[in-house]
Design a binder for this molecule. Structure first.
Ligand code: ATR
Length: 277
């Protein structure tokens, strides 16, 4: 690709129109004076779109629902953490002697780790994870790698036990959560997301047990879980933090530049407010 060409970035997903990532990444590119653009892309056919991204000279592409697993079959190389988590949220295309090659990464785990590490020393910290879906896998493997001691709970025991076994941590049924002693709680489920904003992933009376409560839901930004946690004096980490820091990790990978996280967070807040107006 010619050096003077505008650098192309984007996100593939379906639907992709509501994604906050274009606002976040374009703000970062502008703030650092990078001559590039980050576009929302809704593929008609994933394989065709992947080929087009490679041919058109895209540098970095975020991957969101429903393509995070399917895209793993299309990349030339897979980062070990992406393989372990079983999902790719980041494509990085690079020119090599043999041609343009694409590596699939996962930065969701980096986002979760950085978000929680801002308020808690993760090495040896006891963390209760609620959920056993794709988000739980990324958060779980990330926090385990950082040295946290995990406990996992989930509505479906079968799914919860399967992920707990992979994370090598105890599975705790929801009705036995009062037996868990942990410093931090992380909700990785969609419980509490609009429109059902009064729903809680665990009984409210258990919240004061935790020093830190993190939610991955960001619509609303202050979920009921975080509101109750703040009322109990817990430190809270909102769902935009993980989104922000996974994006910051992508930006650094693609550009080699430290991401301007304050600018990016502001752009996320603005885009989120615009989405609801
Ligand atoms: P994602 O990839 O975003 O994590 P997912 O794979 O569908 O999405 O996982 C959703 C998670 O939220 C699961 O842990 C799910 O629990 P089950 O395994 O029991 O389905 C959890 N979840 C979703 N809605 C829920 C609800 N109303 N109550 C409790 N848990 C819920």
């Amino acid at each position: 690709m010619p050096e003077n060409m505008k650098r192309l970035f984007g996100i593939i997903g379906n639907p992709v129109g509501h994604s906050l990532s274009p606002a976040m990444h374009n703000a970062a590119l502008t703030a650092l004076g990078v001559d590039g653009i980050y576009l929302p892309i809704q593929p008609e056919n994933l394989e065709d779109e992947f080929r087009r991204l490679r041919e058109d000279g895209f540098v970095g592409v975020s991957v969101t629902i429903p393509y995070k697993v399917a895209v793993m079959d299309l990349v030339d190389r897979l980062d070990p953490m992406a393989r372990k988590i079983g999902a790719v949220n980041t494509l990085f295309f690079q020119d090599e002697p043999a041609g343009r090659r694409c590596t699939g990464y996962n930065t969701d785990w980096l986002g979760a780790e950085r978000a929680l590490a801002e308020v808690l020393d993760l090495a040896g910290a006891r963390v209760l994870l609620i959920g056993a879906g794709g988000a739980a896998r990324a958060v779980g493997f990330g926090l385990a790698r950082a040295g946290a001691e995990l406990f996992l709970s989930n509505r479906s025991e079968e799914k919860g036990k399967a992920l707990a076994a992979q994370l090598n941590c105890p599975f705790v049924p929801l009705e036995q959560l009062s037996a868990v002693r942990a410093e931090a709680l992380v909700n990785t489920t969609s419980v509490g997301m609009a429109p059902d904003t009064e729903a809680m992933p665990l009984p409210v009376e258990l919240i004061p047990r935790f020093g830190v409560v993190m939610d991955i839901v960001y619509a609303p930004l202050e979920t009921r879980l975080l509101r109750e946690a703040a009322r109990c004096g817990c430190r809270t980490v909102d769902g935009l933090r993980m989104l922000l820091y996974q994006g910051a990790a992508q930006f650094r990978l693609w550009t080699g530049l430290e991401a301007p996280v304050e600018v990016m967070r502001q752009s996320l807040l603005t885009a989120l407010a615009a989405r609801h107006s």
